[in-house]
Design a protein around this ligand. Sequence first.
Ligand code: NAG
Length: 371
Amino acid sequence: MIYNSALVLSILISGSWCLVTKDLKFPEWFKFGAASAAYQVEGAWNVSDKGENIWDRLLHKRPEVAVGGANGDVACDSYHLWRRDIEMAEELGLDVYRFSISWTRLLPNGFANYISEDGKRYYNNLIDGLLEKGIEPVVTIYHFDLPQIFQDLGGWANPLISDWFADYARVVFTLYADRVKTWITINEPFATCDMGYDLQHGPYISDKKIGKYLCNKYSLISHAKAYRIYDEEFRPKYKGKLSLAQIFIWYDPATPEDAELTDLMLEYWEGRYSYPIFSKEGGWPPNIEKYLADKAKKEGYPYPRLPPFTAEEIELVRGTHDYYALNHYSSRLIRKARPGEKIGVYPYFGAEELGVQIENDPSFEIAGLDC
Ligand SMILES: *[C@@H]1O[C@H](CO)[C@@H](O)[C@H](O)[C@H]1NC(C)=O
């Protein structure tokens, strides 16, 4: 399934209509926006000198993994129809439009040795077109579409990815930071790592014991290097804001006895991607780090499966934020799993690792997005 934050924003916007009909008003300062991701809207997957990314490869090779064999070859064709898309954003009355840059459209080789002129021009046009209409561009540097060349070298599980990403981010800042003031480095690394290494998302790998935790660590280090580059080389001149966008599923305990396990589940989902950046002391959330290290030891691994940060890495990542960004999808109840019990409702990521059962609260209303 293609799991995307753009959907969530549109749900939020339609949700707001319910509030308006009850005579509740958003404050003046509230900004309405819509969001997209490059692979989701651009199409033009093989025009000009664009390189292949992991979603191009996945949905060409394994069309059965997307509903109805859909892919992003053409999508909304926003690569060609961007002028009309900006008009529609204006017609909707949007204050902001969030979009992502396709890494291989800008850097066809993935590496920063060659910048595509067509790629450069496309995003310049889009940014300038939005600004002309008074719509603020919010730019995601990475939204799921890794260059295939890097996936072939291990992708986000390879420690070198943090330098490749930092080089790419520097190119993006150099080209666009004069006009773009709000940045998201990486969208939902949980989706890439936890779901992508559990056959639910690109890169569509089955390696939830090791690969996903390497991806977890190196995506955070990648974010941090990009943040530090902005801080040192661009912030003094442009004064923008950066963060990364977190996936957010809230968990409540099914019974009071499940409170501790629920905290652990929240550390697992939200904490692994937030605590290293946002906490005062940095590093992995202590309870989940200990839980996973003890478990790996019991399983006979010579190392924790969640790779520890060095002291230097903790400092590199700690504090690399100017705001907190979250995409909230849904909420669930947590209780201890009974022996032999089948894992419960989606999204079940982490349930097996933590020995928990996931349930819907029957009193929750089911929204259109829920699955
Ligand atoms: C680009 O991809 C389309 C399929 O989406 C294909 O029909 C077309 O031949 C390709 N063009 C080039 C130049 O490879």
